[in-house]
Write a protein that binds this ligand. Structure first.
Ligand code: GLU
Length: 416
């Protein structure tokens, strides 16, 4: 497997560029490129047809130097250990860049949730959490939503864990329903963060976000909210694609109407407010801004040369392969890397965890104002680093993150 299709190798390649710049010593290099703990569990579930299926689940705690492991759980047929390891590593760097006191973790289950009933999904979630209950906890490892998981999944996780320990423990998981310890603003937070860094990037590059054209790949929680909030600050969303189809409208798509359509039809395909678009052509659109907000390995050696956008903001984790990224940077395309661009989600997860631990909940405007400050601070910090070393934004984000985690690792010393 090359870094074109092994996300962990891609992560290592990204890491090494920054580690070389920092003259990271070989011992620290080894420590920071190995996951602390990797767990694989088998989860038997009685399906609706009465038959038993066994699903494989993973939880990787990549690094817990800065605080409890933090990161989502994804349900997808393509989940595998290299992917979960990479995603857990990216969470480590993301939390460090965001300036929040968490390490990085990630979980996943190999399954196809589009073919499972709510009861089957609940049973699978509860069994998976039962299998890893000893590993998670508010001070140990705090899961959250990711691809194909949502606030209902988090509610089941909170309940299962609480039953195991005998105490209602809201802080074990973030992204919960607001009725049971979730934070206002959490659902929109990743998309809101994407909007904020897109706006800041446009400012830096010297173009007006008002009237700028945008294409979005993926219309789940991240893609849809990013599109909606960018449209609200004046950008024109001209193309959207998901795994089933796409839609375009050069005058601008009506994003709230598209969100309603997608809730009903589970895809943007067929939306009457635009023309059909081949989803494979989403990256070729003649737009100012491209937002990959689906899965990893989307912008690759095969398609980077077709990209016309001058700004790419990575709503997804790992959407651009190292080779494609290098070529885009050489061409002058400004790429805001995942570990900076989509950090709004985990930043508001941190706010949720703080509120749960205090048992005191903030108003939505307070959450959003704090997120705004954190995102702008993180963006400015990475941009200043990029300018200082004359490097791309991804390498700069890794420089910031590695520096932080390595400094604390040195201060704590090696336990032996
Ligand atoms: N799954 C999200 C991410 O990749 C959020 C993680 C979290 O809130 O812990 O950043």
């Amino acid at each position: 497997m090359s870094s074109e299709n092994n996300p962990f190798d891609a992560m290592l390649e990204e890491f090494s560029g920054a580690a070389k710049l920092l003259n990271l010593d070989p011992g620290m290099w080894k420590v920071l490129t190995h996951p602390k703990r990797q767990v694989i569990v088998s989860c038997p579930v009685v399906m609706d047809n009465g038959q038993v299926e066994v699903f494989t689940g993973y939880r990787v705690q990549y690094n817990i130097t800065l605080g409890p492991a933090k990161g989502g759980i994804r349900y997808h047929p393509d989940v595998n250990i290299n992917e979960v390891k990479a995603l857990a590593a990216w969470m480590t760097w993301k939390c460090a860049v965001a300036g929040i006191p968490f390490g990085g973790g990630k979980g996943g289950i190999i399954c196809d949730p589009t073919r499972m009933s709510p009861r089957e999904l609940e049973a699978l979630t509860r069994r998976y959490i039962g299998e890893i209950a000893d590993l998670i906890g508010p001070d140990k490892d705090v899961p959250a939503p990711d691809v194909n998981t949502n606030s209902q999944t988090m509610a089941w996780i909170m309940d299962t864990y609480s039953m195991h320990v005998g105490v209602t423990t809201t802080g074990v998981v973030t992204g919960k329903p607001v009725e049971m310890g979730g934070s206002l603003g959490r659902r929109e937070a990743t998309g809101r963060g994407v909007m904020i860094v897109t706006r800041e990037s446009a400012k830096h590059l010297g173009f007006d976000i008002k009237g700028a054209t945008v294409a979005v790949q993926g219309f789940g929680n991240v893609g849809s909210v990013s599109a909606d909030l960018l449209a609200k600050i004046g950008a024109t969303i001209v193309a959207v694609a998901d795994w089933k189809g796409g839609v375009q409208n050069s005058k601008g798509l009506d994003v709230p109407a598209l969100i309603t359509w997608t809730e009903q039809h589970k895809t943007v395909a067929g939306f009457p407010g635009g023309d059909a678009l081949d989803p494979a052509k989403i990256f070729e659109q003649p737009v100012d801004i491209l937002i990959p907000a689906a899965l990893e390995n989307q912008v690759t050696a095969q398609n980077h040369h077709l990209i016309k956008a001058r700004l790419i903001v990575e709503g997804a984790n790992g959407p651009t392969t190292p080779e494609a990224h290098q070529a885009l940077y050489k061409r002058g395309v400004f790429v805001v890397p995942d570990i900076l661009a989509n950090g709004g989600g985990v930043t508001t997860s941190y706010f949720e965890w703080v509120q749960d631990r205090h048992g005191y909940f903030w108003e939505e405007h307070e959450v959003n104002e704090r997120l705004e400050r954190k995102m702008v601070e993180a963006f400015d910090n990475v941009l200043a680093t990029a300018k200082k070393f004359n490097i791309d934004m991804r390498t700069a984000a890794y420089v910031v993150a590695i520096n932080k985690v390595a400094t604390v690792t040195r201060l704590r010393g090696m336990y032996a």
